[in-house]
Design a protein around this ligand. Structure first.
Ligand SMILES: Nc1nc2c(c(=O)[nH]1)N=C(COP(=O)(O)OP(=O)(O)O)CN2
Ligand SMILES: Nc1ccc(C(=O)O)cc1
Length: 290
């Protein structure tokens, strides 16, 4: 079957992005490189996600958690591209997104047939990515994030998690900085209808800031772009419920439901089957979709 046509029918329902981490060190332990036969496992997980209702599959080859080891573009290409090729060849009924901030990785992914670009640095890490995005005409997710941890702060005992969390006024600051990323994109020639914004839950934000940003997501939606939300299994849930990543499904469900009420268009999740049900139920209430 052919993937969903873009632009998606925003507002008609919540779209589901399933996370496929081709990493040995992802924070919630879902990284497929912990296993043998990575490609076979990725394909199996992708099929399971699509059968459960995923619209988009997001493939990542470098953990983005604070303090994670950086991976070279060559190594990331070696992890991600074989999986992109396999999923494209399989012809799954889902869009293929690649979670990378590196222009070289994204260029290779697009050539291998990927459809979407997911940049956790909102075009601030690799300026060449803006041109790659513009030339490809692919939808581009611009996530809010702040500067990379410097060595001394990384050793503060917080793993760099709160570096950059010194906001003057949280929501307006996040909105302004997202619009700076939009400007970088549009100056490079990315069309506004290809831009999706993401508040960056868990990136340079304290627990309280993550909770407030989620509750005020409607203000970010007010910027006029579709919104992607990624709360899945993150530590703001862990700190609130005092639970490890593998026990954060209910907390994720609450965040997903509130996120949809406040205007999220896409949710990025690990537990696809469960969150599809949460999204369908929330859509039935707030969008009257049955
Ligand atoms: N657009 C967007 N991209 C993201 C987001 C997010 O919230 N929004 N969160 C991530 C962290 O989750 P993941 O499970 O992929 O963890 P990892 O980075 O440790 O692999 C990684 N990528
Ligand atoms: N990449 C990230 C992974 C996890 C978290 C978090 O648990 O808050 C934040 C960022």
């Amino acid at each position: 079957m052919s993937p969903l046509a873009y632009p998606l029918d925003w507002g008609s329902r919540t779209f589901i992005m399933g996370i496929l981490n081709i990493t040995p060190d992802s924070f919630s332990g879902d990284g497929l490189m912990r296993q043998d036969e990575v490609i076979a496992h990725a394909l199996e997980q992708a099929r399971r996600f699509v059968a459960a209702g995923a619209d988009i599959l997001d493939i990542g080859g470098e953990s983005t958690r604070p303090g994670a080891a950086k991976v070279s573009a060559e190594e990331e290409v070696g992890r991600v591209i074989p999986v992109v090729r396999t999923l494209v060849k399989e012809g799954l009924d889902a869009l293929i997104s690649v979670d990378t901030y590196k222009a070289a990785v994204m260029q290779a992914a697009l050539e291998a047939g990927a459809h979407w670009i997911n940049d956790i640095w909102g075009l601030r890490a690799d300026p060449d990515l803006a041109g790659v995005a513009a030339r490809s005409g692919a939808p581009l997710i611009l996530m809010h994030n702040r500067r990379q941890p410097v060595a001394t702060e990384q050793h503060s005992g917080l793993g760099g998690r709160y570096v950059g969390a010194n906001y003057e006024d949280l929501v307006p600051d996040v909105c302004r900085e997202l619009m700076e990323s939009v400007k970088i994109a549009m100056d490079a020639g990315v069309k506004s209808e290809n831009i999706i914004l993401d508040p960056g839950i868990g990136f340079a934000k304290t627990r309280e800031q993550n909770l407030e940003l989620l509750d005020r997501l409607d203000e970010v939606r007010g910027l006029g772009f579709p919104i992607l939300l990624g709360p899945s299994r993150k530590s703001f849930i862990g700190y609130t419920l005092n639970l490890p990543p593998d026990q954060r499904a209910e907390g994720t469900a609450a965040a997903v439901a509130v996120g949809i009420v406040r205007g999220a268009d896409i949710i990025r999740v690990h537990d696809v089957e469960m969150m599809v049900r949460v999204a369908r139920m929330t859509d039935a209430i707030v969008r009257r979709r049955h």
